[in-house]
Design a protein around this ligand. Structure first.
Ligand SMILES: Cc1cc2nc3c(=O)[nH]c(=O)nc-3n(C[C@H](O)[C@H](O)[C@H](O)COP(=O)(O)O)c2cc1C
Length: 265
């Protein structure tokens, strides 16, 4: 199997996140060969912030000033059977370069490329913040099409204590087996209500951007998504799909009439 690794730290295998990834890969290899393609978000040189020119959406990703620099990451994700996103927790979130990486690929929200491909998530921290960091990553890559099949958050300093280390080892064993199974025989999960709403919101974005550029709309047209309820032929659950249709109607009304309310928490 081919594993893609996107590492949100510059510490490599000398750091806690890199060591955790190595521990996981070593376990996966016990069950058979694993070819690893890896990229560190610190090394991509994407700069401090996305230039926000939106050319990736209107003209295509090749028009992005960072296209060449981010290309190795795209190759790693494209060639993998399963992609592992690993990040240290920084201030209760993903690292800044991991966030920058996610921002670079924002066009994948409009033009999902990984429907049916499994992903796994890892985080390391000194103590807290796995929930926000991993929750964010799960939502972000879901919008690109990935479905998360496993995740693990580990506190680096805790590994010095044998009972905690034993629990982490057990979790790594379990994760390694489930990732191998998911990569070898990927099963796309039934779309949830949130997924189906996400599909309809993406369609709204694409429709709304038609006049700025034809790229997104052409992508959707080619795939027949304008006339679909979901990105693939997987069966769509009836009730969640009806709820998603109602939400879409409300959003469309809010946009058309300006009746949407500002967010107040
Ligand atoms: C800028 C910065 C912010 C951090 N914020 C948190 C945090 O919010 N919660 C936490 O538990 N650890 C935090 N940490 C600790 C790191 O998450 C932890 O050391 C991590 O395992 C480092 O992984 P690495 O060696 O792979 O880079 C922070 C570290 C840095 C450098």
């Amino acid at each position: 199997m081919r594993l893609g690794v996107v590492m949100g730290t510059g510490h490599g295998t000398a750091g806690a996140t890199g060591r955790l990834v190595e521990d996981l890969v070593e376990r996966m290899r016990r069950e058979g060969p694993v070819e690893v393609g890896s990229v560190a978000t610190d090394d991509l040189g994407l700069g401090p912030s996305c230039p926000a020119c939106l050319s990736c959406m209107t003209e295509g990703e090749q028009a992005c000033p960072s296209y060449d620099r981010a290309a190795p990451a795209r190759t790693v994700m494209d060639e993998a059977d399963l992609v592992l996103f690993a990040t240290p927790v920084h201030s209760f979130h993903v690292s800044a370069t991991m966030k920058r990486f996610v921002d670079h690929f924002a066009y994948l929200i409009h033009r999902p490329a990984y429907v049916g491909k499994p992903a796994a998530l890892l985080s390391t921290a000194a103590g807290a913040g796995h929930d926000a960091a991993l929750g964010y990553l799960q939502t972000a890559v879901r919008r690109w099409g990935f479905h998360t099949v496993g995740q693990l958050g580990v506190n680096g300093p805790g590994l010095a204590k044998a009972p905690y280390r034993a629990k982490v080892d057990a979790a790594l064993d379990e994760l390694a087996s489930s990732l191998r199974a998911a990569a070898t025989d990927p099963v796309e999960p039934r779309p949830t209500t949130a997924d189906l709403i996400g599909f309809r919101v993406a369609r709204l974005l694409v429709e709304g951007g038609r006049e700025e550029g034809p790229v997104d709309a052409a992508y959707w047209h080619e795939r027949g998504w304008f006339d679909a309820d979901w990105f693939s032929d997987a069966p769509v659950p009836r009730v969640p799909n009806r709820i998603a249709a109602m939400v879409e109607k409300k959003i469309r009304k809010g946009i058309a009439e300006g009746s949407a309310k500002p967010y107040r928490g």
